[in-house]
Design a protein around this ligand. Structure first.
Ligand code: AMP
Ligand code: MG
Length: 401
């Protein structure tokens, strides 16, 4: 049951969907995904108001050197009820204050002189000058922020301006992470001979947190039935379970067997990719279970290519794949396999576009080239060689300037 990369990714994406929604308050909305269309509850601005500190006037009264009598004062927050600008008069007004009756223009303070009682106009004035009209920004009923928007600080300003204390956003999946292996010890412990420190739980947790999902580290399961069964049962309480290691063909690779016994229906357990080939995907009800290989590089690339898009979809994103960019190979890149090959690469940007070179040793046991890489080059099974000077598809793992 070996799937091609694209088949595997589609199978996964077709199997997952956003979780329910929850009401979240304004202070905790950054990066969350709006789950409802929000029509503007009223016109923005709500009333005609002054764009400047200055004077509310009748434009027809104003030409350079005309003098007007100051008859009132409207600070921001005051009501214009009962105030009006009669011919030959002006009302002092502050930015944001409502436009009083009779006024059809604002003269900024810097275009006037005044002794507090009389106003001397120094420049020409046009009707509508410096008046922000009711509804000119956003008319009532318009959907300014549609459902599916990843909320940014500016969006949150508008939600606050709509006076919404909470809005409905998609729930963030809790993703349980289980490392498996008799050889593993937790970071901070001193490994005895033959022991390896569990790095995978933490790179996975970081990658999960980075996209806004909630990692839940279950610790280490040992390569035996009881230990795996106990931790997997715990892991299946989360929205998603990700295991690492124990899914190859070694005689202690029991993860699949225990998942089967727990009722997880395996959709596939091998993908024609390198690294990350022994990745399994199963479902228990609607709950996805990913089993990644143990090798740190393989687990990270398996996560990046197969798990991350699924989590993004569950989080409510509609764009779940990193964009593919084209980069020119500085030196030849090779796919020595019959699989989709993910190469750790270093991408640079210049005025002519992107160029790319291998980050070095592509062996799955080599973590240093993964650390050095800022991108992944994707070579299809048919692309055996990208000669120097030709273009290749790249996913950027971090932004480059
Ligand atoms: P396995 O798939 O169980 O054969 O593991 C493959 C390789 O990955 C072995 O060398 C393991 O020691 C290593 N490995 C497994 N789990 C982890 C982990 N959580 N962190 C770092 N290395 C691991
Ligand atoms: Mg193992």
């Amino acid at each position: 049951m070996v799937k091609s990369f694209l088949e595997a990714r589609s199978t996964i994406l077709d199997s997952v969907s956003p979780l329910g929604t929850e009401a979240v308050d304004l202070l905790h909305l950054i990066g969350r995904i709006l789950a409802e269309d929000l029509p503007a509850p009223w016109d923005m601005p709500r009333w005609d108001n002054s764009e400047m500190d200055g004077f509310a006037v009748r434009a027809a009264d104003c030409s350079p050197l005309s003098q007007l009598k100051i008859t009132g004062y409207l600070p921001a927050g005051a009501s214009a009820d009962g105030l009006s600008v009669k011919p030959g008069t002006a009302v002092k007004i502050m930015t944001g204050a409502p436009i009083p009756a009779g006024c059809d223009a604002i003269v900024p303070i810097e275009n006037t002189q005044s002794d507090g009682e009389t106003l001397l106009i120094q420049k020409n004035v046009q009707t509508k000058d410096y008046i922000r009209c009711k509804g000119s920004d956003i008319p009532q009923g318009r959907i300014e922020i549609p459902g599916g928007t990843v909320l940014r600080p500016t969006d949150i300003n508008l939600l606050a301006a709509f006076s919404l204390p909470t809005v409905q956003v998609y729930r963030r999946p809790v993703v349980a992470i289980l490392s498996t292996g008799d050889e593993l010890v937790a970071p901070g412990e001193t490994p005895a001979s033959g022991q390896i420190i569990d790095g995978n739980s933490y790179s996975l947790a970081a990658a999960i947190r980075e996209i806004g999902a909630i990692p839940k580290i279950l610790g280490i399961a040992r390569d035996n039935h009881n230990s795996l069964e106990e931790k997997i049962t715990q892991g299946l309480e989360a929205d998603v379970l990700i295991t690492s290691a124990g899914v190859s063909t070694g005689d202690r690779d029991l993860v699949r067997e225990i998942l089967d016994a727990a009722g997880v229906k395996q959709q596939f357990w091998k993908v024609s990719i390198k690294p990350g080939g022994p990745t399994a995907f199963g479902l228990i009800g609607n709950k996805p279970v990913f089993s990644l290989p143990g090798n740190p590089v393989s687990s990270m690339i398996g996560f990046e290519e197969l798990v991350r898009p699924a989590l993004l979809k569950m989080l409510g994103h509609t764009e779940v794949l990193r964009p593919l960019i084209k980069a020119v190979a500085k030196t030849a890149l090779y796919n020595e396999t019959t699989k989709t090959r993910f190469l750790r690469v270093m991408v640079t940007k210049s005025t002519t576009g992107f160029s790319v070179e291998s980050a070095g040793d592509q062996n799955t046991g080599i973590l240093s080239t993964m650390i050095k890489a800022n991108g992944i080059a994707i070579l299809t099974p048919e692309q055996k060689e990208i000669p120097a000077g030709e273009k290749v598809d790249i996913q950027l793992l971090s932004e480059i300037s």
